[in-house]
Design a protein around this ligand. Structure first.
Ligand SMILES: *Cc1c(COP(=O)(O)O)cnc(C)c1O
Length: 402
């Protein structure tokens, strides 16, 4: 039985094993195979002194579920373990994770350097939210780390990027960017939603923080919203007490923590299937005469295929492509589809298709999308877990019809 740590003389366990067992011993919970769901807002102190000591941080224990909950605590320890990090913090959504982290540390006058391409709501937070508080955000093309070297200065507090980026699949070299950022005293935050710790572990490559929308692959079943922040223990305590407890209140429900713990048990299995299905879809699209271009890190034709091969153990489940004829043709394909669901979000069992320019990335103006590498005709597919022949047949029918 694998519990909180590996005995030093055992080889390290694999990711799937840890995603199923890490941090839980059924004998601590009446032999229950599945960790219990602790639906409680508050916790009884055995004595007034004990309560005071827990509050003062002199004794371990739970106080109030805005600060900690046993079901959520297991989730946090398990994710930290999978990411190779000291600690993690679960939140009510991916945006809750991102805002809780930033509001813990940002002060007016600080600067953030970020990649050109970001998830739509992160872009809105940076462009329309932080600008009201005297925080400067600079977008650079981070696919070339030399651009960071020229942009970074002593006010740069954070370097922030997604890899692969939502929605166009740009890859950023985590180790190279981290070296440059650290040399000028900035900290690196990686949004690892697309890759998950099964595919890429940014902390091991030098990043300081990882954020996730656990709504996507970690939950994996389209039935919850949640987020995760990962990093050093001391900083996770700060994000918990400042970012979550006081500044955002973006607390995860213990029920959602339980659902994510359930999702984690099949995370490796699912990522293998998502990746295998996405590869076949990408290859089919790349060979199709109606398709203009396809971005999928696993294709040899992908401009950053070498970096993807070094940084990713699989290529993930998301594909960006454009149909010849741009936006109108892409829309016709989307509306000719059956079986494949027209929906935003990603990482679910169902194959999902959406059009960023009119949906997830409508937070950019058309000019901003052009400047940030998101073409108007780009269509995003999140490859599901269905039998790949059925996905391919549905797509081929739609491409022929449209
Ligand atoms: C969905 C998403 C988010 C936001 O997460 P929510 O759980 O929807 O708040 C952040 N980053 C990326 C890359 C995403 O795909």
């Amino acid at each position: 039985m694998s519990n909180t740590s590996n005995a030093s003389n055992n080889p390290p366990e694999g990711l799937a094993t840890r995603a199923i067992h890490f941090g839980y011993n059924p004998q601590d919970e009446h032999g229950a195979l599945t960790p219990p769901l602790h639906l409680t807002s508050t916790y009884a102190f055995e004595t007034a002194e004990a309560g005071g000591e827990i509050f003062a941080g002199e004794r371990e224990g739970f106080v109030y579920s805005r600060v900690g909950n046993p079901t959520t605590d297991l989730l946090e320890r398990r994710i930290a373990n999978l990411e190779g990090a000291e600690a993690a913090l679960a939140t009510s959504s991916g945006m809750g994770a991102i805002t809780a982290l930033f509001w813990t540390y940002l002060e007016s006058g600080d600067e953030i350097i970020t990649d050109l391409t970001l998830y739509g709501c992160t872009f809105a937070l940076f462009s329309h939210g932080f600008s009201r508080f005297g925080i400067k955000v600079t977008h650079i093309d981070m696919t070339d780390p030399a651009n960071l070297e020229s942009a970074i200065n002593d006010k740069t507090k954070f370097v922030y990027f997604e890899t692969p980026a939502n929605p166009n699949m740009r890859i950023v070299d985590i180790a190279a960017i981290s070296r440059i950022a650290h040399a000028s005293g900035a900290q690196v935050i990686v949004d690892n939603t697309y890759a998950t710790p099964i595919i890429t572990r940014p902390i091991e490559l030098g990043a300081d923080f990882v954020v996730h929308s656990a709504t996507k692959y970690l939950g994996g079943h389209g039935d919850l919203l949640a987020g995760i922040v990962v990093g050093r223990l001391e900083q996770m305590i700060e994000v918990r007490t400042i970012g979550i407890k006081d500044m955002t209140g973006a607390v995860i429900s213990p029920f959602n923590s339980m659902l994510i713990l359930r999702g984690l048990k099949t995370l490796e299995l699912r990522m293998e299937r998502h990746s295998a299905n996405a590869m076949e879809i990408a290859q089919m699209l790349a060979a199709h005469t109606a398709v203009d271009w396809v971005n999928y890190p696993g294709l040899e034709s992908f401009t950053q295929h070498d970096l993807a091969t070094r940084q990713m153990s699989m290529f993930g489940g998301i594909i960006a492509f454009e149909v010849k004829g741009g936006f109108d043709a892409g829309n016709r394909v989307m509306y000719a589809l059956n079986m494949i669901t027209r929906a935003v979000s990603l990482g679910d069992a169902e194959t999902l298709i959406q059009h960023p320019a009119s949906m997830t990335h409508i937070t950019y103006t058309e000019e901003e999308r052009a400047a940030h590498g998101i073409s108007e005709g780009l269509v995003r597919i999140s490859a599901g877990l269905e039998n790949v022949d059925d996905i391919l047949a549905a797509l081929q029918r739609a491409l022929t019809q449209a």
